[in-house]
Design a protein. Structure first.
Length: 276
């Protein structure tokens, strides 16, 4: 679903652990000239179990106040909206994503936990359910490397490619486009296909330096390895069936294991497409 012109960058602020996500969301909102929407999902059941009902509410307001301060530190003139909404965080954020340009969430420590990531991790659920692209932030800041995008020739990967060009242009960064060589393909043929795909969008961003790499191997492993030097990685939610609610194996691998922040793209986005 294409985002409205006034759609905001939405970020979940559930605890102090989400402050790196707030910082990244503020950077994205400023770069895309969007307002920032800070959202805390309030759990009334937990509130009634606290010594006083007012205590959890006051803590929620303190979290949002600190998130607003962080956003102002990143971009002093950034318009910021705050909301405390009742309900489970995943459900509330998934519903609000219907009107968002981009949803930003923390990763819950996934990238640092190689063998203990549950399938129902909030970031994974939101990447699978949200109506807009989802940016999963990491606790540690990434290097100032390229913007990485995985391209496999599907319509959804072309949407990811267009988004990646836009992000690279706004960051004045290099774009690294990677396509994995299938067992029945030659590296030369795959490279030609990748370069042709990239050329469809490169003319719209002539100032963005681009590298195209065709690499043989497992797609998830290849992209995770390439992401170690990237400042941002962008993948389609599911290349062959982008409308399905579940995530593909590659996007799951990137969410679980990439040290870089990851944007998961599903279907059409708020970035205009060229011929797609």
């Amino acid at each position: 679903m294409a985002a409205a012109a006034d759609a905001a960058v939405l970020v979940g602020v559930g605890s102090e652990r989400n402050y790196p996500a707030v910082r990244l969301a503020a950077q994205e909102a400023a770069a895309h000239e969007r307002q920032l929407h800070l959202l805390h999902a309030f759990n009334w059941t937990a509130a009634f179990e606290a010594p006083t009902v007012a205590e959890p509410r006051a803590h929620a307001e303190e979290l949002l106040a600190e998130a607003r301060r962080i956003a102002a530190e990143v971009a002093p003139d950034l318009p910021v909206q705050e909301e405390i909404a009742e309900g489970p965080a995943v459900g509330v954020l998934a519903r609000r994503s219907d009107w968002a340009f981009l949803l930003v969430v923390g990763d819950g420590g996934m990238a640092a936990c190689a063998d203990c990531v549950p399938a129902d991790a909030p970031a994974v659920q939101l990447a699978a359910r949200a109506s807009c692209p989802v940016l999963v932030a990491r606790r540690e800041p990434p290097p100032q490397g390229p913007v990485l995008v995985g391209v496999d020739g599907t319509a959804s990967s072309r949407a990811a490619l267009e988004w990646a060009f836009d992000c690279a242009a706004r960051r004045a960064a290099r774009l690294l486009a990677v396509r994995v060589v299938e067992p029945d393909e030659t590296t030369e043929d795959t490279t030609d296909q990748l370069e042709a795909e990239v050329a469809r969008y490169a003319h719209r961003h002539p100032a963005v330096p681009v590298e195209c790499h065709a690499i043989r191997g497992d797609p998830g492993t290849v992209l995770v390895d390439q992401s170690r030097s990237a400042q941002l990685a962008i993948v389609a939610a599911r290349g062959d069936e982008p409308a399905r609610g579940m995530l593909g194996a590659v996007s799951q691998s990137m969410l679980y294991h990439s040290p870089a922040p990851v944007i998961v793209i599903r279907g059409l986005t708020g970035i205009p497409m060229d011929g797609a």
